[in-house]
Design a protein around this ligand. Structure first.
Ligand code: UD1
Ligand code: UDP
Length: 381
């Protein structure tokens, strides 16, 4: 029996982790045992607890309750707590997801204890080191032993950074295994799509019908913390609702909620408040989010996960960032990068809403069984 410690902390990691937990309980409970550690980076009910029951994720064995603070402090407190748990649990490997401060803390704590790090979502790069996530990704990848890249582009990035694609087992820090594995979030989207149809009433509750609204999310620090950028985004959203006489649904991240009042130009903020076609709601559950994604006619977002889910559910996507790690979405012509530029946001939206040509969404993210594949690689480590 192999023991893994899984680190989660931020909303997307809780959702990602459900794919592996599900695979373990269905197929690998005789060979893999999982200890889940929640760092407490996200803690509001609808940023954390809401996902556990809904997605059938086992309750965390530990919660460090670190809460919010500066990057250095938050990461340091996590490392301290994780080190203690790893020493106590003595796992065969530690699993981390994505690129948050919880990912970085896990990678540092485990690698210093010579515990193999398994990084799920390895190799992704924005090539923009002013993004905190880019630092977290690079640091985590370079102390990992098993690196699972969801995309071919991610795998190629690792090769370009000096990882040898021809290493053979036994794998170690100095002889890591890089794999183009597919994406556990594609597994999740397939698995939870039907459940979302059966279990959610959000569309009815909000009086929404299919293809009659735009879904939007905003939380990236470059957008929320910069008054010019946040104002340009909201001004563009206001314009879009008027031009297309359409509704925009905006489940608002707590970071953005906190910064809206101080960082949006007063006049624009007043317009937003008075605009009944911009519906700002609390963050929703994952099944509700899928319902919104499946039924929107367009998605405008700065989220990494939501960009991809737009693709999974065959929706065009307007990306509120200067670049993306998910380059294949843009190469495929179904997503467009518009940064936080008022004109580009409107032009990008018009391009998709006015298009009559059919968009195609070829399979890019695996076969829906990535979690099973990863479990087997961990067992063989
Ligand atoms: C973090 C990740 C980001 C990821 C995002 C997913 C880092 C550096 N960033 O960004 O990569 O895309 O999570 O959502 O790890 N807050 C609450 N309640 C909560 C959580 C946060 O009110 O439950 C507020 C606090 O004011 C906090 C702010 O949101 O200071 C930011 O939270 P934090 O976890 O530091 O970063 P995110 O912006 O959520
Ligand atoms: N999500 C959710 N409810 C929301 C907003 C997002 O369940 O109100 C899900 C979304 O479907 C995706 C993940 O959270 O799976 C993305 O998280 P987020 O945008 O916070 O972070 P990122 O992916 O940018 O790191």
């Amino acid at each position: 029996m192999k023991k893994i410690v899984t680190i989660i902390g931020a909303r997307p990691q809780i959702i990602k982790a459900s794919a592996l937990s599900r695979a373990i309980s269905k197929n690998y409970s005789n060979s893999l045992t999982e200890i889940i550690v929640h760092t407490g980076q996200h803690y509001d009910h609808n940023m954390s607890a809401i996902f556990f029951d809904e997605l059938g994720i086992p309750k965390p064995h530990y919660n460090l309750n670190v809460g919010s603070s500066s990057h250095g402090k938050q990461t340091a407190v996590m490392i301290e707590g994780l080190e203690e748990i790893l020493i106590k649990e003595q796992p065969h490997a530690m699993v981390v997801y994505g690129d948050t401060n919880s990912t970085l803390a896990g990678a540092i704590a485990a690698s210093k204890l010579n515990i193999p790090v398994v990084h799920i979502e390895a190799g992704l790069r924005s090539f923009n080191k002013t993004m905190p996530e880019e630092i977290n990704r690079i640091m985590c990848d370079h102390v990992s032993t098993l690196l699972f890249s969801p995309t071919k582009a991610g795998f190629d990035n690792l090769v370009n950074e000096g990882f040898n694609p021809n290493n053979n087992a036994p794998y170690s820090f100095d002889n890591p295994n890089i794999v183009h594995s597919g994406d556990v979030m594609y597994d999740n989207s397939l698995y939870f799509s039907t459940l979302s149809d059966q279990k959610t009433t959000l569309l009815e509750d909000l009086n929404l019908t299919k293809d009659s609204f735009i879904l939007c999310t905003i939380h990236r620090n470059h957008n929320t913390d910069d008054s010019k950028r946040l104002t340009a985004i909201f001004k563009a959203l206001h314009h879009i609702t008027k031009q297309h006489n359409t509704t925009i649904i905006l489940p608002l991240h707590p970071r953005t909620k906190k910064l809206m009042r101080s960082n949006i130009d007063k006049e624009v903020l007043e317009n937003i408040k008075e605009n009944t076609n911009i519906q700002i709601i609390e963050p929703v559950s994952f099944l509700e989010m899928i319902a919104l994604e499946k039924n929107a006619n367009l998605i405008i977002t700065d989220s990494g996960g939501v960009q991809k889910e737009a693709y999974f559910f065959k929706k065009p996507c307007v990306i509120l960032r200067p670049e993306t790690e998910w380059v294949e979405l843009v190469d495929n012509g179904t997503a467009i990068i518009v940064d936080a530029d008022y004109d580009k946001i409107i032009d990008g939206t018009n391009m998709f809403l006015n298009t009559t040509s059919t968009l195609t969404f070829p399979s890019l993210f695996g076969d829906g069984k990535t979690a099973e594949y990863i479990c087997e690689e961990i067992i063989n480590l």
